[in-house]
Design a protein around this ligand. Structure first.
Ligand SMILES: [Zn+2]
Length: 345
């Protein structure tokens, strides 16, 4: 089976060339994929659709969409760094709808896995607030779609963007049926995602945060994936695994402070591929979040796609691996093993 790849040229029209989250991100990815004839043989292109108001309101307050539409009339900023152009809200609806199409392609059984090349990204958008380059929370909308349309009980969202997905955490913080896991640089904007944030009320234990010290790289990521994230997912038993796939944890990223290599991203892609195979019949959906070094973004994303179509970590000749010692992550794993409900005992 091939991988469903969701993309659309309209995503290029949400653009501020001087802003890090600009259309050249997708242009670079498209160019790299177009040049990879071997990989293309395994990708099935899918067109996105617009998310409906009801699909958006499944995770956002009812006033969120009309508020953004009003701001878009003349162009506006949702916060100091989140631009909204006249077409941006429609394009963001197409991004959320792209996440839905990616989810539908997998849950219908047509494809084993999928990846949505969408923008604007989504994981900072809270139930009532556009922020951090994000208008609608694409991953949350996709998870809610999976539960509503396919009757799934448990969905896991794993967010490997360098920034904490405060919006996704906020939306599902009291929800026991959606496991939200994030690895992120610490300290780093938006400064949420302390390891003690574990969910609340019925959702206590279904938020798992792994704040990583600056310059944590391939080794540290591998340890937290194998020793904290994989056991938590096995215990939660999701029926679908959604990856909030940000590539700004790459060592060359200008906004990030972590040090993953392109080969490191291939390794993480392999771990989640195997976890999906083990826990949820291989059902795996990738949604593009951040990533601002254009070359590192396109190469790392391509490594994810190669890994997911072959089932083997993409062979990457790593030029980026530094030999300086990485910060220790065992303290974090030990704290979580002692205190996190999904990892205790
Ligand atoms: Zn990010």
């Amino acid at each position: 089976m091939s991988l469903a790849l969701i993309s659309h040229d309209h995503y290029l029209d949400h653009d501020q060339p001087e802003h890090p989250e600009n259309a050249n991100r997708l242009r670079t990815i498209h160019a790299m994929l177009a040049a990879d004839y071997e990989l293309q043989q395994h990708l099935t292109p899918h067109a996105p659709r617009h998310a409906t108001a009801a699909e958006i309101e499944a995770v956002h307050v009812p006033s969120h969409l009309p508020t953004l539409q009003r701001m878009a009339q003349f162009g506006d900023w949702a916060d100091a760094e989140t631009y909204i152009l006249p077409d941006s809200v429609e394009i963001a609806r197409l991004a959320a709808g792209g996440a839905i199409v990616a989810t539908d392609a997998v849950l219908s059984g047509r494809q084993r896995n999928s990846f949505a090349l969408i923008r604007p990204p989504g994981h900072h958008a809270t139930a009532d607030q556009a922020m951090g380059f994000c208008l609608f929370n694409n991953a949350a909308i996709a998870a809610a779609f999976a539960q509503r349309e396919y009757g799934l009980k448990r969905v896991a969202i794993l967010d490997w963007d360098v920034h904490h997905g405060n919006g996704t955490q906020d939306i599902f913080y009291e929800n026991p049926d959606v496991l939200y896991i994030s690895t992120h640089g610490w300290p780093l904007w938006p400064n949420s995602g302390h390891w003690k944030e574990m969910g609340a009320k019925a959702g206590l234990g279904t938020t798992l945060n792994l704040p990583l010290r600056p310059l944590t790289g391939d080794m540290g990521f591998h340890l937290v994936f194998e020793q904290a994230i994989a056991p938590a997912i096995r215990r939660f038993k999701p029926e679908l695994l959604i990856i909030s796939a940000g590539y700004d944890a790459h060592i060359y990223d200008p906004l990030g402070n972590l040090a993953l290599s392109t080969g490191g991203y291939a390794q993480l892609s392999s771990i989640v591929y195997n976890l999906a195979a083990e826990c949820c019949d291989g059902r795996l959906v990738g949604l593009l979040e951040g990533g601002y070094n254009l070359e590192a973004l396109a190469q790392s994303l391509s490594a994810t796609l190669q890994t997911w179509v072959s089932g083997q970590p993409a062979p990457i000749f790593n030029q980026e691996v530094s030999h300086t010692p990485e910060p220790d992550v065992t303290w974090l794993i030990e704290h979580l093993r002692r205190e996190h409900p999904l990892l205790k005992g």
